[in-house]
Design a protein around this ligand. Sequence first.
Ligand code: ZN
Length: 238
Amino acid sequence: MNYLEFRIFKDYPEIAAGITYRGDDFMHIDFHSETFLDSKAKLAAELGVLERDVYFVNQVHEKEIRMIESASQNDILSYDGLMTNCPEKLLVTCYADCVPLLFYDPEKNVVASVHSGWKGTIKKIGAEAVKKMQQEYGCHPSDILVGIGPSIGPCCFEVGEDVYKEFEQKIPVGAFQDKGKLFVDLWNANIEILLAAGVKRENIECKGICTCCHHDKYYSYRSGDKEAGRFAAFIMVK
Ligand SMILES: [Zn+2]
């Protein structure tokens, strides 16, 4: 299985992190489909973990993040992120245009995989993850590394007035206009949220890859992958 890696995590062989490509389909709406189970088995084999140690959430565009501490938590509940400091727990979130955020604190050995769509971005789930890493594990925001994976880019995310106004009011750096059309920049918005939470700019790597422009490589809701097709963002302490 091929996957996209982050430069920012390269110096840390004690973790595995990446983004899968189109072809490996983690359509999480049906967790029992053959396609999903095949992709899950492939990912587990690639990373050398048992399938029971691969964790998913039922992403609901809120900002709750689940802490994984034991194998008995392998049920799929309604959360938008997973966090742990336990080894060999593979944390996976699924995507077709929303923003994948992968967190690692090398000091406390804490990882998180967090789903930040436009609703999650408005709710500042990225800051929620940083806060939870501080509260639950004693992390310092200045130690935290964040990889921002491929998602719909500012080039393709034209929005209606309602969404535009929400960004304009809550995260102004995420809203802009071009030739009379309204757009949202989820990359800038998430970077801004992370900076405000205390993450250093040099500790953030934003891939800057638009899923809609590159739907040959990634799944993209806007370019047609509505009822099927999701790629995965994963992270694990080995
Ligand atoms: Zn684009």
